[in-house]
Design a protein around this ligand. Structure first.
Ligand SMILES: NCCCNCCCCCC(O)(O)C(F)(F)F
Ligand SMILES: [Zn+2]
Length: 668
C-alpha cells in the first residue's frame, strides 16, 4: 500500500494584508516551496495523489463552537478594516477574505487523509496545508491557526471509524495548546508535544505548556509535554526524548491511528525554533512512529518558516513514508544537560501513569517558580532593518544525503553455485575472502558442523552481505545450521572486513556470544531469558529478561530504552540480527524489532535464523520488506519486575553510552 499526498494550491491564496511583525513569517511560499521540492525530487510522483476537500460545518463543530464558526463565516465579506478589527480579538493570527475557504480546505485535507488510510486505500500519508491548526481553540483563532485540523481529524476518526485510541505526536517547535485543551480529559487521545519554552519566556508563554500538565481527570497521563528550556537542541536531544519518553508510552498506549502535527520549525535554520536538529532527523522521527497502529500514520503540516529546511524536512518525511531506507545520522552527541532535565521532568511527572516508568529513577524535581514571568517588552519583533536581517548569522547545514532505494528484494538464498567448499575457495581466490579469513572461518565452523555445509553457509552469507553493502540488495535473510556460531563468526570475521561497525543483536538463549571486541568493530546486544556471560567489554551487553523473550512488554522496554539509543549512538554500517532457536519471542515483537532496526545502517539488516525455523520466514521477510509490523496487543499487562532490572542496567551503562542517560544534574 502506498503513501497519500494531499495538496491544493488554493491554500496558497491568502496572505497578510497589513503590517504585523508577529505574522509576517506565515507566507504562501511555505506551501509552494514544500510541494515543489516534492515534485523536483520525484517524490510526489511516487505518492497517491488525494484531492483536498472542504470540511463541513458538522466536521468543524466536532472541535469548535457554533458562535466561533459563525463569526469566521463572516470574514469573506469583511472590508480590510473589518478584518483588522476582527483579528484584534485573537493572538498572533491574521484574517483574509479567502482564509475561511483555505481553513476549510486545510481541515478537509486531513480528513481526506484519514479516509484514505482508514479505508485501506493507502498505508500512510501527508497533507500539505495552510492555515495550520494546532493552536486554534474551541472558540478562538491563535498562532496563524483558524481550525484545529488535527484535533478535528482525531474526533472524526473516532466518530466515523470507531477508532478507539488516537496518538497525536506534535513535533512542531510550538506547543499545540489547542490540541491539549481539546483532549486533556480524554484518555482515548494521547497528545505528545515538545516545544520551545525557556521557562515560559517563549510564545505562547503558557504555564500549562510545562511538563507538569499531564492531563485532567480520566485523561491524567495522556498529555505529555516536553519543554525545551534552551535553544540549539540537536538530533540526539530529539532522539533521546523519543526513545525514553514518547515511544515507550506510545507502545503501551497501543494506538489504532497515529496523527502527526508535522511542524518543521523544529529544524535547523528556522527563525522561530532556533534549534539545530537537521532535516534528516524527520526521516527517523517518522520511521520510529511507522510501526505503531499497523503503520496507519497521517501527517499534517503545521509550522516551518525557513523555506530551505522546511522543504528538505518535508522531503525527508515523505521519503520515509514511502519506505525508502533511512540516512545514517552521523556523529550524534550526548543529549545536553537542559534536554536531560526536561526528559527527567517529563518522566517523573508521568511516573505514576505509565508502567514503563514504574521503576524509573525518581530524583527530586526543581521547584516550578510561581512568580509571574516578566516578558521582554511587548512581544514585538525587534524591527529588523533589511541589512540586519541579511547580516543575522545564517545557519548552514549539509544537504541531506541521497537515499537510494535498492530493489526491495530482501530474503534471498543465493544460487547454489556459491555454496559448497569450492565456493569458498573461489571466494578466497577472488580476493573477496582473504585466505587468512578462510582459515579463521573454517576453524570457527568445523567445530560446529561438518566442513561442507558450514563452509557453504559462510560463503553464502558473505555474498549476501557484499550484495547488501554494494546496495544491490536492501537486506537479507539466511537460514544457517548454527545461528550462534554463524552470528559470532560473521560479526568477528566476515563483517568486520566489510564495514567499520556491526551492530549484532542476538535474541534468545545462547552461549559463546561474549567474545570481546575491544576495538569496537562489533557491538553485541544479547537479549535472553538467562544471565548472559558477564560483561567484559563495553561492546558486549547482555540484557536479561527473567520471564524470557516471550515477555513482550519487557522485551519492548529493552528494545526502546536500551537497544535503540545504543544503536543510534553506535551508528553501525550493518545490522546482524540472530534469532536463536527456541527464543520464544512472539511474531509481533519480532516484526517490531526488525522494523525498528531497519532504521540503522541505511536498512542493511542481515537476519540469521536456524534452518528449521521456516515458520518464521514469512513474518521475517514481510518485516524486512518494510511491511508494517502487526500491532502488539498484549501490552496491556503491566511491565514485569524486569522493568527494575532494565532501569538499573541502563543506569549502569550510561557511563559508557551517553544516549542511555535520562537524568540531568538537577540544580534545583
Ligand atoms: N517571532 C514572531 C512571533 C510569532 N509568534 C506566533 C508563532 C505562531 C507559531 C505557529 C506554528 O508554527 O506553531 C503553527 F504550526 F501553528 F503554524
Ligand atoms: Zn510552530
Amino acid at each position: 500500500m502506498g503513501t497519500a499526498l494531499v495538496y491544493d494550491e488554493e491554500m496558497t491564496k491568502y496572505k497578510l494584508l497589513w503590517v504585523d511583525p508577529a505574522c509576517k513569517i506565515e507566507v504562501p511560499e511555505r506551501l509552494t516551496a514544500s510541494y515543489e521540492a516534492l515534485v523536483r525530487s520525484g517524490l510526489s510522483g511516487r505518492c497517491v495523489s488525494v484531492p483536498a476537500r472542504q470540511a463541513s460545518d458538522a466536521e468543524i463543530l466536532l472541535v469548535h463552537s457554533e458562535e466561533y464558526l459563525e463569526a469566521v463565516k463572516k470574514t469573506p465579506y469583511m472590508t480590510l478594516e473589518d478584518l483588522k478589527e476582527f483579528t484584534l480579538q485573537y493572538g498572533d493570527v491574521y484574517f483574509h477574505p479567502n482564509i475561511y475557504h483555505c481553513a476549510k480546505l486545510a481541515a478537509g485535507s486531513v480528513l481526506q487523509l484519514v479516509d484514505s488510510i482508514m479505508t485501506g486505500k493507502v498505508r500512510n500519508g501527508i497533507a500539505l496545508v495552510r492555515p495550520p491548526g494546532h493552536h486554534s481553540m474551541r472558540g478562538a483563532a491563535n498562532g496563524f491557526c483558524v481550525f484545529n485540523n488535527v484535533a478535528i481529524a482525531a474526533r472524526y476518526a473516532k466518530q466515523k471509524y470507531g477508532v478507539k485510541r488516537v496518538l497525536i505526536v506534535d513535533w512542531d517547535i510550538h506547543h499545540g495548546q489547542g490540541v491539549q485543551y481539546c483532549f486533556e480529559d480524554d484518555p482515548s487521545v494521547l497528545y505528545f508535544s515538545w516545544h520551545r519554552y525557556e521557562h515560559q519566556k517563549f510564545w505562547p508563554h503558557l504555564r500549562e505548556s510545562d511538563y507538569d500538565s499531564v492531563g485532567k481527570g480520566s485523561g491524567a497521563g495522556f498529555n505529555i509535554n516536553v519543554p525545551w528550556n534552551k535553544v540549539g537542541m540537536e538530533n540526539s536531544d530529539y532522539l533521546s526524548v523519543f526513545c525514553h519518553v514518547l515511544l515507550p508510552a506510545a507502545y503501551e498506549f497501543c494506538p489504532d491511528l497515529v496523527l502527526v502535527c508535522a511542524g518543521f520549525d523544529s529544524a535547523i535554520g528556522d527563525p522561530e525554533g532556533e534549534m539545530c536538529a537537521t532535516p534528516d532527523i524527520f526521516a527517523h522521527l517518522t520511521h520510529l512512529l511507522m510501526n505503531l497502529a499497523g503503520g496507519k500514520l497521517c501527517a499534517a503540516l503545521e509550522g516551518g518558516y525557513n523555506l530551505t529546511s522546511l522543504a528538505q524536512s518535508v522531503c525527508q518525511t515523505v521519503q520515509t513514508l514511502l519506505g525508502d531506507p533511512l540516512p545514517r545520522l552521523a556523529n550524534l552527541r550526548s543529549p545536553c544537560i537542559s534536554a536531560l532535565e526536561s526528559l527527567q521532568c517529563a518522566r517523573s511527572a508521568h511516573r505514576q501513569y505509565w508502567s514503563f516508568l514504574k521503576h524509573a529513577a525518581n530524583p527530586p524535581l526543581p521547584e516550578i517558580s510561581t512568580k509571574p514571568i516578566k516578558l521582554a517588552k511587548e512581544e514585538e519583533e525587534p524591527a529588523e532593518t533589511a541589512e540586519e536581517e541579511s547580516s543575522g548569522e545564517a545557519k548552514v547545514w549539509p544537504e541531506p544525503p541521497q537515499r537510494s532505494c535498492p530493489p526491495v528484494c530482501s530474503a534471498s538464498v543465493l544460487p547454489d553455485d556459491v555454496a559448497g567448499a569450492d565456493g569458498l575457495k573461489r571466494l578466497s581466490t577472488s580476493g573477496a575472502l582473504q585466505p587468512r579469513l578462510v582459515n579463521k572461518l573454517k576453524n570457527h565452523f568445523t567445530k560446529a558442523a561438518d566442513d561442507g555445509d558450514a563452509v557453504a553457509t559462510i560463503s553464502r552469507l558473505h555474498t549476501l552481505m557484499e550484495k547488501m553493502l554494494t546496495n544491490e540488495i536492501g537486506n537479507g535473510l539466511a537460514l544457517v545450521p548454527d545461528v550462534a556460531a554463524a552470528t559470532m563468526c560473521f560479526a568477528q570475521d566476515l563483517a568486520s572486513d566489510l564495514v567499520d561497525r556491526v551492530l549484532v543483536v542476538c535474541v534468545g538463549n545462547a552461549t559463546g556470544l561474549n567474545y570481546v571486541t575491544t576495538d569496537g568493530r562489533a557491538l553485541v546486544v544479547h537479549i535472553s531469558g538467562e544471565d548472559g556471560e558477564e560483561r567484559k567489554s563495553k561492546y558486549y551487553i547482555p540484557v536479561r529478561l527473567k520471564q524470557g523473550c516471550g515477555d513482550t512488554s519487557g522485551f519492548l522496554q529493552a528494545v526502546l530504552g536500551l537497544l535503540l539509543p545504543l544503536g543510534y549512538e553506535y551508528d553501525p554500517g550493518l545490522v546482524l540480527l540472530g534469532r536463536m532457536p527456541e527464543s520464544g519471542v512472539g511474531d509481533g515483537m519480532w516484526q517490531q524489532l526488525i522494523g525498528l532496526l531497519r532504521g540503522f545502517a541505511k536498512g542493511h539488516t542481515l537476519v540469521l535464523m536456524q534452518a528449521n525455523e521456516e515458520a518464521c520466514m514469512g513474518p521475517t521477510a514481510s518485516a524486512l520488506l518494510g511491511h508494517p509490523a502487526a500491532p502488539l496487543q498484549e501490552l496491556g499487562a503491566p511491565f514485569p519486575q524486569d522493568g527494575d532490572a532494565l532501569e538499573r542496567l541502563r543506569e549502569r551503562l550510561q557511563a559508557d553510552w551517553k544516549m542511555l542517560q535520562t537524568t540531568g544534574r538537577m540544580d534545583c
